[in-house]
Design a protein around this ligand. Structure first.
Ligand code: FES
Length: 368
């Protein structure tokens, strides 16, 4: 098995930078996911909320400065050694104190995304830990510093869908020419070149993978996520997975063509195909009007409401603004994101309709 491709994504959600040789330290590939866009409340935004982030090109120069470019935008160069203050930001459930990139950078990203946003930098004074392995740091990556996927996993998915989705849609750092599809989920510890990696968890997928990386267009049929759900679905918590997250236990250099050694294997998690479409359909009843609609497995509660002509407010459609908050009265839902809710709201039964899926017949109250 060989290392086939390497990518970094200096700005969370930005275009993939292909690289030939990479230095890995405890934060993963040097420069990867060190920058992040946040809204006015410090909540991160990503490609799920703003698909056009994938059109942003981000290049770090000698760790002294960073250059952002994007269609119809002037190039922006930011000096990383300047003092633009600090900002408290939130990525998923982690609070991070990051370096601000300053007003010029904030205006640039606000103009590009259309709204009130800021750009921040995970510098040497920032701290965030991998949830399940707190002795390991992680910057603005979703779960852990290094995401590994095999070309064979993508080929298996493409063979199933008959589409030609690209590996960059799945945002891996390391792509491996492996022995078989989904083999990466059985690797507990691996060595590549000088570097050793320890598995943390499989990568749970969201609609980001449905966005075409050239034009930033989300697929109207929600592919390939919809098909991945049928092909390869994790049983224990209902998440759809693709690729494996790792921490770096031995830093060093890796290069395209390096041999992959599996130092320790593990049992892949158990999978089972989804029930057929009919079995996977549930009834959602919206109160107080007692109007019901049918939800397929992969439909968010917001989509079900909209398809049924029920007015429900929404804005980001990615779990970060809280506009689509509704109350779950009965039934089971799978929660994709709830980080716009307070602990108290979660305890009270509030959910975000844009990020929840029915997993039984459910009753939803639209009254706040
Ligand atoms: S629309 Fe923003 S959280 Fe659902």
């Amino acid at each position: 098995m060989r290392l086939e491709a390497l990518f970094n994504y200096p700005l969370k959600g930005c275009r993939a930078n292909p690289i030939q040789v990479a230095e890995l330290d405890s934060l993963g590939i040097r420069g990867d996911r060190r920058f992040m866009a946040v809204n006015h409340r410090g909540q991160f935004v990503n490609g799920k909320t703003f698909p056009k982030l994938v059109l942003v090109n981000c290049q770090v120069e000698d760790e002294q400065s960073v250059i952002f470019s994007a269609p119809n935008m002037p190039e922006l160069k930011v000096d990383l050694t300047g003092d633009d203050g600090r900002v408290d930001v939130r990525v998923w459930r982690s609070d991070v104190n990051a370096k601000s990139l300053g007003e010029k950078a904030n205006s640039w990203i606000s103009d590009f995304l259309g709204g009130d946003f800021r750009l921040c930098f995970y510098d040497q004074n920032s701290h965030r830990q991998v949830n399940s392995l707190p002795e390991y740091p992680v910057s603005f990556s979703d779960s852990a510093p290094v995401l590994v996927a095999s070309r064979q996993s993508l080929e298996a998915l493409n063979a199933y869908t008959g589409r030609v989705d690209k590996i960059e849609q799945f945002r891996p750092n390391i792509v491996i020419d492996a022995d078989s599809a989904f083999a990466e989920e059985t690797w507990q510890r691996i060595r590549i070149g000088d570097v050793e990696l320890l598995a943390v968890k499989a990568c749970a997928r969201c609609p980001v993978i449905n966005t075409d990386v050239e034009f930033a267009q989300p697929d109207p049929n929600q592919e390939p996520l919809r098909s991945l759900t049928k092909l390869h679905r994790r049983v224990s918590d209902g998440k759809v997975i693709f690729g494996q997250y790792f921490v770096v236990t031995r830093p060093g250099q890796v290069a395209r063509g390096d041999k992959i050694e599996v130092l320790q294997s593990m049992q892949a998690q158990e999978y089972q195909p989804l029930p057929d479409e009919e079995q996977g359909k549930y009834t959602i009843t919206f109160e107080p009007m007692t109007q019901s609609a049918i939800a397929a497995v992969n439909d968010t509660i917001l989509e079900v409401a909209e398809n049924a002509g029920i007015a429900l407010s929404s804005s980001c459609r990615g779990g970060s603004c809280g506009a689509c908050r509704v109350k779950l009265i009965s039934g089971d839902v799978e929660v994709g994101a709830d980080y716009a809710l307070t602990e108290q709201q979660i305890e009270q039964g509030y959910i975000l309709a844009c990020s929840c899926f029915a997993r039984s017949d459910v009753v939803i109250s639209l009254e706040d």
